[in-house]
Design a binder for this molecule. Sequence first.
Ligand SMILES: NC(=O)c1ccc[n+]([C@@H]2O[C@H](COP(=O)([O-])OP(=O)(O)OC[C@H]3O[C@@H](n4cnc5c(N)ncnc54)[C@H](O)[C@@H]3O)[C@@H](O)[C@H]2O)c1
Length: 435
Amino acid sequence: MKILVTGGAGFIGSAVIRHIITNTHDSVVNLDKLTYAGNLENLIEVSNSERYAFEQVDICNRAELDRVFATHKPDAVMHLAAESHVDRSIDGPAEFIQTNIVGTYNLLEAARAYWNELNTERKTAFKFHHISTDEVYGDLPHPSDSVECLVVSDESKENVECSMLSGELKESDECLVLSGELKDQSLITQHSQLNTAEAPLPLFTETTAYAPSSPYSASKASSDHLVRAWLRTYGFPTLITNCSNNYGPYHFPEKLIPLVILNALEGKPLPIYGKGDQIRDWLYVEDHARALYKVVTEGEVGETYNIGGHNEKTNLEVVQTICKILDELAPMSSSSTSLNTKHSTLNTEETLNTEEQLNAQHSKLITYVSDRPGHDRRYAIDASKIERELGWKPQETFESGIRKTVQWYLDNQDWVSNVQSGVYQNWISQQYGGE
Ligand SMILES: NC(=O)c1ccc[n+]([C@@H]2O[C@H](COP(=O)([O-])OP(=O)(O)OC[C@H]3O[C@@H](n4cnc5c(N)ncnc54)[C@H](O)[C@@H]3O)[C@@H](O)[C@H]2O)c1
């Protein structure tokens, strides 16, 4: 099988390609524009394979897409190319509309024109897999929203006005009153918190209504709609996956986890938006890559699969965990806890006396900054469908995955400095004569 992967030089796309080349007999064509986020160094371990080819192409360029389909004749498309950073989308949404919406439209049309000309056998087997995000669903109730959970156990249930309630109240149902109130206070028989074992917080499922908050998530939601419409209107064989936040090796340092690791190593401030209580459901990128390959090879056309790691953590918990691992793997001297001073050493052999160690916690670098607009408070995925139907489960816990990730950044300082200095882009120009 030959798979056309768009955005294969990015964080997740490169993990997908490394997975396919290393663990299967399939071939890959990597189609990538190589924006600031695309880095061919992410693929060095597989790019010599005869089963790997690279095309530097913008998905907004229809003629070039047609050429790539005609030249490589793929059996499936995995579409990951996108502008992917929420903060950048707030500063400048135009590029997000162009790549994520117009680019996806172009790719759908180029792929459909190619698919229309395939013989019946190849046409029937063809799949277009669109890779999307859980951010299209907006955000979910947060534990701190749990003002009151009122258990009502009276016959006169129609007296209750609950804005969060859907369906009918049954005896001893929890009534999640976030706004609205009971007309007859005598109905209240018990108060408890929202986030109890009896009333777990809701999760995103494949049927959760779309409610994107930022230009990024709105552009991804829009592309999901296009993909579904191409299935419904033209019978074009599409599948969609919506995944939670990824982390792991080769993550571009503008995103939270690599940013925190690298800033901590340099003794720089570790910025936390607001109170740091935003909850994300973290998934190790290699688990995501395995899930995506399973979906493109075994998933059912027309279906959507949510992918998540069952790892709900607040941003503050994530940052504190990284700090603790760094305290152990790359201890800093007390002098480097002052902001903007250089991290003393990466040498784990260095011994600090107890007092120094106490003073030298990376968590002292945590700095709170104003929250950004359009910042969702909680995401969490119900990934039971992909587990039930395709037998996929994450292999890493957050604790094991984050330790591997921190270790990877410690072991790959050359990759980091090439990304930070922009050297990787010079290399691309020399290699391909591109931008
Ligand atoms: N990172 C996450 O946590 C996450 C979670 C769920 C879903 N996703 C989705 O997965 C996909 C990949 O995310 P990522 O984190 O690897 O992103 P990334 O920013 O690391 O990589 C995106 C890649 O797309 C390429 N690209 C951008 N514009 C292009 C264009 N016009 N034409 C061709 N290539 C172009 C870039 O050069 C880059 O290699 C995205 O669609 C994103 O929405 C990401």
